[in-house]
Design a protein around this ligand. Structure first.
Ligand SMILES: NC(=O)c1ccc[n+]([C@@H]2O[C@H](COP(=O)([O-])OP(=O)(O)OC[C@H]3O[C@@H](n4cnc5c(N)ncnc54)[C@H](O)[C@@H]3O)[C@@H](O)[C@H]2O)c1
Length: 327
């Protein structure tokens, strides 16, 4: 149980992968949690264990609707805004849908929160804002040009949140997540992320498909680190945080080939045949960044963030869920 006071918190995208972990953590910490989601890319099962609890409610609602946003923020003190359409390829395929949810929906939520007098608005940004910047590690103040419509939406979210902080004195805190993974991340569909897709391939003794040479790198971040920093962003009382953005990552760089190697080692402990499965290489994907590694010193210093769970430990935590649901 956290020592921070109990608050009324709205989590948008709360039945999604990250959102459901955030709801778990906030309910466990004694907060009153309202989860809002239109179930576009998530399953109600992700939060069914919370439903019926005294401190948790689920509203099926859409952030593209102004009225539904206004209803959702009624009576809340803090908004954790995670609802969005993820995936760079999806945004290239269907930029209008990504724009409608990630930008218009974002502004609907921000404006609804402002008119309801919500003081704290914590929202999901993304490492994609670093775009074509070659600098490593990525520091918050140096972003490149966006490489996808998805990245444009996240950059613009940050611009709007900064303006609401300066104009209206709202405490907006943006968290630039770097490749989050863990239990409940969906391996299905064309827009699934790399780790769940690789896990599912190995579970079927199929070769995981790597786009390009596999030497592209990512800062893979276990979801438990993310829900912890969201709690810290809700609780922090430091005026320097208002209107700011923070990298949220583990702070280590892993190539996709290294990821496949670690994952295969871990999964071969359960089924030694998996140890013999080799990845195949397919065409590179448009819009992907080449290398990604976060400097997390700003979140450390201002939010007290300390990522506790590294890639291998995170995979060990996540694998039983995949075995249960996807074997
Ligand atoms: N997973 C990552 O690696 C990662 C990295 C960077 C940023 N992010 C951001 O973190 C947030 C959560 O992502 P996630 O990985 O949990 O993905 P997710 O798809 O599991 O969660 C997003 C949730 O938003 C909901 N949603 C979509 N459109 C909606 C709408 N119009 N109205 C209401 N709800 C809607 C979906 O149903 C889903 O539950 C997103 O903003 C995403 O852009 C994620």
């Amino acid at each position: 149980m956290s020592s921070s006071p109990s608050r009324r918190i709205l989590v948008t995208g709360g039945s999604g992968f990250i959102g459901s972990h955030v709801c778990d953590a906030l309910v466990a910490a004694g907060h009153q949690v309202r989860c809002m989601d239109n179930l576009a890319t998530s399953r109600r099962e992700n939060i069914s264990h919370l439903e019926g609890g005294k401190t948790f409610t689920f509203e099926e609602a859409d952030i593209r609707s102004v009225d539904q946003c206004i209803a959702a923020v009624n009576g809340v003190e803090v908004v954790v805004h995670l609802a969005a359409l993820g995936s760079v390829p999806r945004s290239i395929q269907d930029p209008l849908a990504t724009h409608a949810t990630n930008l218009t929906g974002f502004l609907n939520m921000l404006e609804a929160a402002r008119s309801a007098g919500v003081r704290r608005f914590v929202y999901a940004s993304s490492s994609s804002v670093y775009g074509d910047s070659k600098e490593l590690p990525k520091q918050e103040s140096y972003i490149g040009r966006p490489l996808s419509p998805y990245a444009v939406t996240k950059v613009t979210n940050e611009l709007y949140a900064g303006v609401y902080s300066r104009l209206h004195g709202m405490d907006t805190l943006g968290l630039r997540f770097f490749n989050v993974f863990g239990e409940r991340q969906d391996p299905e569909g064309p827009y699934a992320a790399a780790i769940p897709k690789f896990i599912r391939a190995f579970l079927r003794n199929e070769a995981p498909r790597i786009h390009g040479d596999g030497l592209q790198s990512r800062d893979f971040t276990y979801v438990g680190n993310v829900s912890r920093v969201i709690e810290q962003a809700i609780a922090v009382e430091d005026a320097r945080c208002s209107g700011e953005v923070f990298n949220v990552a583990y702070g280590a760089r892993t190539t996709l080939l290294e990821l496949v190697h670690v994952l295969r080692e871990e999964m071969a402990r359960m089924d030694e045949a998996i140890g013999r499965v080799e990845p195949v290489h397919v065409a590179e994907r448009a819009g992907d960044v080449r290398d990604s590694l976060a400097d997390i010193s700003k979140a450390r210093e201002l939010l007290g963030y300390e990522p506790m769970i590294d890639l291998r430990t995170g995979l060990r935590k996540a694998l039983p869920w995949y075995l249960e649901h996807w074997r």
